[in-house]
Design a protein around this ligand. Structure first.
Ligand SMILES: Cc1cc2nc3c(=O)[nH]c(=O)nc-3n(C[C@H](O)[C@H](O)[C@H](O)COP(=O)(O)OP(=O)(O)OC[C@H]3O[C@@H](n4cnc5c(N)ncnc54)[C@H](O)[C@@H]3O)c2cc1C
Length: 400
């Protein structure tokens, strides 16, 4: 791995995490992938006890919050290493959406909500989810939604329909985006985030949506949810009424760095598998796949694309940390589609190099091929990021 912002503490932590993954996780990945989701979660929860001792638990948090206190570029580099296994981020309690939800609760809750939900989330004793997207509305335009939270005395009454709520199955609470002021003249001030315990009457998971033929369970689920007359105290709101989109923006910036670095880790893993296959698969007498120029081209292009994505993401992380998220907006949009596009190409080349084996559940590449197609859709589709970036650039040339 090429590193840009290397520090002694990062090297020490990286070594510990690498050793843990090599000794305890890579060898059981195949078994984990074949187990039903909830059984895999039990085994993973055992491994999380060891992960906690490495010092990288809650990778994104400051020491007073229960994390190692790394800079964003340092976090990004460890995030890449965690991405080399499908379980890395979960093992260290920094998987989406819990990591983002921890950040939100840290900033925007107080009193009993912190004791009841934030602390157990930091300790890894509960999970959470984030419910914004609705089946009836284009998720690409976040102001479009129908879920409402109507003030009723000291409570909010919530009604709505959500889907693709990652990790809802087994989560202790959801942060639900809902309209609290549907008529507000500024559409970006109509919605709020409200913490809803999943055992509140009226909160119902309809199904775990099968994605590409596989219905995930537990932390790997994507659920469809109905909220019918769900009553929660008005104090469960995060921040002020109408701040939902502002909070969502704050949550998404660092989240994109985390996703991009995880994708780079996945690409490295698939690249490694592609190279191993290229030198071991005999294609003719005395010749292996790696002797073929087309395979060599895939390898050379993949190496260049992974490294350039990494530099760009680390540069963006550095910009965000130094100058703030607003200053880094163009770079954040650029890395989102740059890294997700790179990921798809590298995983695809790796699968192709493995031939039929690459299509099977015996081969990790097929898992990534299926699982990570979504990278071009969530956290803002590639197209919305491209449009946003191009518009910002063209405005500097006078585009109205
Ligand atoms: C695996 C996975 C996990 C997810 N997890 C969560 C979660 O935890 N919580 C949550 O709330 N949501 C989640 N989502 C939902 C995700 O945020 C939405 O899918 C995303 O915002 C896109 O919305 P949509 O699916 O409604 O697509 P649409 O908005 O209907 O867009 C469809 C396609 O149209 C194109 N398009 C859209 N807008 C433009 C434009 N302006 N210019 C050009 N082309 C455009 C894009 O190609 C896009 O893919 C998840 C989705 C997936 C796949």
């Amino acid at each position: 791995m090429l590193s840009l912002f290397s520090t002694d503490r990062l090297s020490a932590l990286t070594e510990k995490v690498r050793q843990f993954l090599e000794e305890e996780i890579y060898p059981i990945e195949k078994k984990l992938l074949q187990l039903p989701g909830k059984e895999a979660e039990i085994l993973l929860n055992e491994k999380r006890k060891t992960a906690k001792k490495t010092g990288a638990w809650n990778l994104y948090l400051r020491p007073e919050q229960g994390g190692p206190g790394l800079s964003l570029p340092e976090i990004a580099q460890l995030g890449e290493l965690l991405g080399t296994t499908p379980y890395g981020h979960y093992l260290f309690n920094c998987q989406a959406p819990d990591a983002g939800n921890i950040e939100l609760l840290q900033e925007y809750t107080s009193g009993s909500l912190r004791a009841q939900f934030l602390q157990p989330l930091i300790e890894g004793n509960i999970r959470s989810c984030f419910a914004m997207t609705e089946p009836e509305y284009a998720g690409s335009n976040p102001i479009l939604m129908a879920t409402t939270a109507i003030r009723d005395g000291e409570d909010y009454l919530i009604n709505g329909h959500k889907w693709f709520t990652t990790g809802a199955d087994g989560a202790a609470f959801a942060i639900v985006m809902c309209l609290t002021d549907p008529e507000h003249p500024n559409p970006y001030e109509r919605a709020s985030m409200i913490l809803v315990p999943t055992n509140t009457p009226g909160f119902r998971i309809i199904r775990n949506i099968p994605v590409m033929g596989h219905a995930g369970e537990g932390w790997a689920s994507h659920s469809e949810i109905k909220l019918e007359q769900v009553r929660v105290p008005a104090t469960n709101i995060l921040g002020q009424p109408g701040q939902g989109f502002r909070l969502a923006q704050e949550r998404l910036g660092p989240g994109r760095i985390h996703h991009c670095m995880r994708w780079i880790g996945i690409a490295e893993r698939c690249f490694d598998m592609m190279c191993r296959r290229a030198v071991s698969r005999e294609i003719a007498s005395g010749q292996v796949l790696g002797h073929k120029q087309m395979v060599q081209q895939w390898i050379a292009e993949s190496r260049a694309e992974i490294d350039s994505a990494r530099y760009m993401v680390l540069h963006t992380a550095h910009e965000m940390e130094t100058h703030g998220q607003k200053q880094a907006r163009e770079a954040i949009s650029a890395i989102k589609f740059l890294a997700s596009g790179m990921l798809q190409r590298v995983v695809d080349r790796s699968l192709q190099t493995h031939g039929a084996l690459g299509m099977t559940d015996d081969c990790l590449v097929s898992f990534y091929y299926r699982e990570e197609r979504a990278a071009r859709i969530y956290d803002g589709s590639d197209e919305t990021h491209k449009a946003a970036l191009a518009k910002r650039i063209l405005r500097q040339y006078g585009l109205k």
